[in-house]
Design a protein around this ligand. Sequence first.
Ligand code: ARG
Length: 601
Amino acid sequence: RAQYLSNMANHVVDLDQENVGSLKQQIAKLFEESLRFTIPDELDVEPAIAPCQNPKFGDYQCNNAMGLWSKVKGKGTQFGGPQPIGQAIMKNLPSSEIIDSCSIAGPGFVNVVLSQQWIAKSIQRMLVNGVETWAPKLPVKRAVVDFSSPNIAKEMHVGHLRSTIIGDTLARMLEYSNVNVLRRNHVGDWGTQFGMLIEYLFEIFPNGEVNDQAIGDLEAFYKASKQRFDSDPAFKERAQQAVVSLQGGEERYRTAWAQICEISRKGYERVYERLGVELEEKGESFYNPYIPGALELLSKQGLIEESEGARVIFIEGKNIPLIVVKRDGGYNYASTDLAALWYRLNEEKVEWIIYVTDVGQREHFEMFFTAAKRAGWLPAEDNKYPKASHVGFGLVLGEDGKRFRTRSTETVKLVDLLDEAKNRCKTALIQRGKGQEWTEEELERTAEAVGYGAVKYADLKNNRTTNYTFNFDQMLNDKGNTAVYLLYAHARICSIIRKSGKDIEELKKVGTLELAHPDERVLGLHLLQFAETVEEACTNLLPNVLCEYLYNLSEDFTRFYTNCQVVGSAEETSRLLLCEATAVVMRKCFHLLGITPVYKI
Ligand code: ARG
């Protein structure tokens, strides 16, 4: 132990210890060795490790015995049933400082109680070397997250807000796991609606001097041009011609198109800025030059057929084929997505492509993924890479149970929505007397962190596939499972540490963390499960898994803090370190969820 502490003081990173993976993976590794030794004929059996259902029996359990028994029985095995197999698995476990004791339950489940000293040591090591050392290891190096992706000239609606929030979190979790993430804004900046928009632009600005103010409200501009399009056949004719001119690259049309896109972009930026979301725009137009080549490849493989004048790909089990060239010869959403997939796989060389849209688009993704599999662009098996995943999400509902809208307009202006969350927080802070206590700057920053954080968390805490009801009062409540509650819980921990008057950096080096009280142990174990939680959230693309972890962490902390005196106790140093470790992990959770932590309330 003396040796170990002096190493830590010198910040020597024990590489062997740093690269072992999540707690669950470390336990799995031990059982893997035991399984190889116990049943050498079944080498492909993966250890089945899970947290114990009932903490009375232990922390983790190995569930392999029953499955192994059904594999080996009748093959002249030495074992008389699942329980002896479990016994043998337990006996053959390599010795390790991780495990304190083991026991057998039922038909061969091996329960494991982890060593308290080891849990404490692992947490202390994280405090010294940083929470980055707890990053999970994923089997991919580079991924695309295709998210947000609004459509130019149309309103960015709450669906795009969900996509932005969920996509950003997934990107953050992958980035934390050392994946190189290409954050792609696949904006709808191409397609036939541009003919109409450009023609209308020419009508209102005949001399070509476009100004932002005049078409600042792009939604109104879109509606007005659509009305012209629907009511005037001559205009419609010109609009259709304009699409051809635009796609043919005619200068005047390209310029008008670029102007319209630029105005839209400024609108999105106001949302991204508030949310602190970074995106790189590669819109539909970017992939346009790649469409003919991609379709050519599919064609050569005999995937594309002629149907009612269009070119289509028939997909088994689907009534309608995937249209890749429309009857008028134009390309569409699907042809663009096929070209983008080809580009991402071959030019950007990514191994995982993640698309974040509402569940309504599931069919579209299923169909073009299937086409790509048939073409051999993607492997047929879902557990192999490169992989394409559609992350579908449900609707945002209003209090009336219908699609969320505000009173005044048909859709909700996202910027107004975010500003309202922030302003409500600011009012609440002023009511609590912070107006006098804090500077205006502090007040602003805190209101933003809490307000935007509340909107994000209310979205992320639900399983993404379900619809959820947007409710300011609920999401801004300082009790219950809300960002407000969690941010305050974190600030409270920071204030405990501050008020102790101790230098926590110094304690990390010279103090020792111990987990003697049962509530300390529960909290410590939960901290150690951070890596496997992020891993699960990444693998299954479920941010709510991380939210649940964070909420439980704050519950475990509360129980510990209620039952264990920190400041002034004999265990003060150890307990302050435990407070610090909780704050560090909470902050990492906030960071992964795109929420800015606050340090005082
Ligand atoms: N622009 C589309 C929409 O608003 C979302 C695009 C999603 N990404 C993609 N590659 N299809 O519905």
